[in-house]
Design a protein around this ligand. Structure first.
Ligand code: SF4
Length: 348
């Protein structure tokens, strides 16, 4: 039995769980190909132009799976991840949108997870994930859930220890754990504030991480933080958690803005995202207050890589110069003043 998983949106957050869960039930997962310009155009052509870029990308991935001959697509509706904390309307209505815009013959598995509703919790979500495939044995589902959590927990352990997300994802689904981080002392450190589906999709982020690595910049994201650190970040920005997306954006920004090891922040928002535009406003105000350098980038299907890279280079170049100046100034403070020098060598 094969199920297609679009390599977009919640894939970046939950794929290790799905892998463990479905594999335990003997179901093979097939991923769509990596995002390309062609795939984005195909997805964009299905929806109205005001739709946010990640949803256009998602639609493109669904088409890609159907083109590969996969006719069972898994597309959950993740409404609420904790009581009274909701996802944006586009994520909540995702399967409805796909069902209505993709005019092809396929089975859409669309379980709902809504932790704000007493009868729509996690096990109900898992049940709805496999019932359309004829799997209803609750014992089997619970066993598969355990396997899913094992894979997911390994993934989280690795990302929090500093392992980059693609490596952690690869290792987790292959049953490996590596906790070796590549962090080096003295490098300029930048926090990239965005959703996993923006920053780890190389087409959407214009290979931002590779670029930062080439520039010798160490990058951090929300995936490197614990839930407690993210909640601390939300408190640092004096805000109340309502949108699930705030964990990734405001929580991470609030934490890194107050982290003295972080030299600057880069935010990446997708065109058409309502919640992010509100959060960016708040992050920008607080960055000024905390005196932390900030670069705001927006991406859409027409963004050119050259302009993007130029802005990242200029920003990181400024951070490198700033860091050098502060190191030189602190070294100068350590050099003894003339009077102290005389005392040290015993000259009157
Ligand atoms: S949070 Fe923004 S970018 Fe993400 S799906 Fe919702 S509207 Fe789109």
């Amino acid at each position: 039995m094969k199920i297609g998983i679009p390599r977009a949106l919640s894939y970046y957050d939950y794929y290790p769980f799905w892998h463990g869960f479905f594999s335990e039930l003997g179901i093979e997962l097939v991923l769509s190909d990596k995002t390309t310009k062609k795939l984005v155009s195909a997805g964009s052509s299905l929806v109205v132009s005001e739709t946010c870029l990640p949803v256009k990308v998602y639609a493109g991935h669904v088409l890609n799976l159907l083109d590969k001959g996969i006719d069972v697509i898994y597309s959950p509706s993740i409404q609420s991840i904790a009581p009274k904390i909701y996802n944006c309307s586009k994520l909540r209505g995702l399967p409805d949108l796909i069902r209505n815009v993709v005019n092809k013959n396929f089975l859409l598995i669309e379980p709902t997870l809504d932790k704000s509703e007493p009868k729509q919790g996690f096990y109900q979500y898992l049940y709805e994930s496999v019932a359309p495939l004829g799997i209803t044995n609750k014992k089997l589902i619970k066993k598969a859930s355990k396997a899913g959590w094992e894979c997911m927990n390994n993934f989280t352990l690795m990302t929090r220890s500093g392992v980059d997300v693609p490596t952690a994802m690869r290792n987790a689904i292959n049953g490996k754990i590596s906790l070796v981080s590549t962090q080096k002392e003295g490098m300029v450190k930048v926090a990239v504030i965005s959703h996993g589906y923006n920053i780890y999709d190389e087409q959407v982020s214009m290979k931002m991480f590779k670029k930062l690595k080439q520039l010798d910049i160490e990058a951090y994201t929300a995936y490197n933080l614990t839930t407690e650190q993210m909640e601390q970040g939300i408190r640092n920005l004096d805000t109340l958690l309502y949108w699930a997306n705030e964990h990734e954006m405001t929580g991470a920004a609030g934490y890194y803005l107050k982290d003295n090891n972080i030299d600057g922040l880069i935010t990446l928002t997708a065109f058409g995202c309502g919640p992010d535009s509100l959060m960016i406003e708040r992050i920008t105000r607080y960055a000024k207050r905390f005196n932390k350098p900030l670069l705001n980038l927006t991406t859409d299907e027409h963004t050119g890589e050259a302009g993007f890279v130029t802005r990242i280079e200029a920003f990181t170049d400024m951070l490198i110069r700033k860091k050098r100046t502060s190191i030189v100034n602190s070294l100068k403070k350590q050099v003894p003043k003339k009077e102290e020098e005389k005392k040290l060598v015993g000259v009157e």
